[in-house]
Design a protein around this ligand. Structure first.
Ligand SMILES: NC(=O)c1ccc[n+]([C@@H]2O[C@H](COP(=O)([O-])OP(=O)(O)OC[C@H]3O[C@@H](n4cnc5c(N)ncnc54)[C@H](OP(=O)(O)O)[C@@H]3O)[C@@H](O)[C@H]2O)c1
Length: 268
């Protein structure tokens, strides 16, 4: 679908680009001709990731905690100095932990909201004011999660991601005057480094969980990256304000009554 020059010389920032989904997104953009900047908190791992990505194209990196506005401003300054502009921002950095709502204390709640909602907003606002609005051009892709029917077991991230999704709808309208397109990608369960952080009891349930997904498998980091590159490309020039679910139809809660399953059993 894409050629090696699809994003030729475009300047693309991928937050959380040192691992998992973000690493794959950075790699794909590099292979499609972009100049990519990755950021995250852990400087050593970030540097190592950048060294690995260097064989695919021009990569730069800077440590940045998306919860700290001064870090975000320093990152914007670096990009301005080095590249003079920014074409695409991919908000991928984030994290959460499983917990029932009644056990989430203020610290845990605020940490997730701060990271996944406030950090994402601060990043969007800074990059828009520094680059996209003056340029009258820009593309934003926000990685959220499968929050279509709420998020039992992770109420904090459900609320944060729903906030980003609604923010996306607002900005698609407010910032259309500046020729800014903004969309979300909502991954289902993706086989990536992020899953390693879950406790063993939850990981033990993964095999069973795959059977409940209409496409009968977890997603791959490439599945998410393909959606991101599509939304960032000119092929999506008339697409803004949407959420693209990359979840094997999990958000549709397939076959609620078990009806299709029963009918299939008649013919097999
Ligand atoms: N894997 C899934 O099934 C799945 C499903 C739905 C949504 N998601 C979301 O997709 C994104 C990528 O997930 P993943 O599976 O690739 O997980 P991951 O490997 O844990 O990636 C998260 C990245 O975000 C960075 N990060 C976290 N907090 C940050 C902060 N405050 N400032 C800057 N960087 C920060 C981390 O780097 P540092 O530690 O160095 O900061 C890391 O590189 C995350 O937002 C995740 O919640 C994942």
């Amino acid at each position: 679908m894409f050629k090696s020059d699809t994003f030729k010389d475009q300047i693309i920032l991928v937050t959380g680009g040192r691992s998992g989904i973000g690493f794959q997104i950075a790699k794909d953009f590099l292979q499609l001709g972009a100049k990519v900047i990755i950021c995250s908190r852990k400087e050593d791992q970030l540097k190592t990731a950048a060294e690995q990505l260097a064989s695919f194209g021009e990569i730069s990196w800077q440590a940045c905690d998306i919860r700290k506005t001064e870090d975000i401003q320093a990152l914007a300054n670096m990009i301005k100095e080095k590249h003079k502009r920014l074409d695409v921002l991919v908000n991928n950095a984030g994290g959460q932990f499983p917990a029932l709502a009644e056990y989430i204390n203020d610290k845990g709640w605020n940490a997730v909201i701060n990271n996944n909602l406030n950090g994402t907003f601060s990043m969007i606002r800074e990059m828009a004011n520094t680059f996209f609005i003056p340029q009258k051009n820009g593309i934003i892709v926000n990685i959220i999660a499968d929050v279509f029917r709420g998020f039992p077991g992770m109420a904090h991230t459900g609320a944060a991601r729903a906030g980003v999704e609604n923010l996306t709808k607002t900005l698609a309208q407010e910032w259309s005057d500046f020729n800014i397109r903004i969309n979300c990608v909502a991954p289902g369960i993706i086989e990536s480094s992020g899953l390693d952080n879950y406790p063993k009891q939850i990981q033990d349930m993964f095999e069973e969980a795959q059977k409940a997904i209409p496409l009968k498998r977890f997603g791959k980091v490439e599945d998410v990256s393909n959606a991101v590159t599509f939304l960032a490309s000119s092929m999506a020039a008339y697409v803004t304000g949407i959420s693209l679910y990359v979840d094997g139809a999990q958000h549709l809660n397939f076959d609620k009554m078990g009806l299709a399953k029963v009918l299939k059993s008649f013919i097999s």
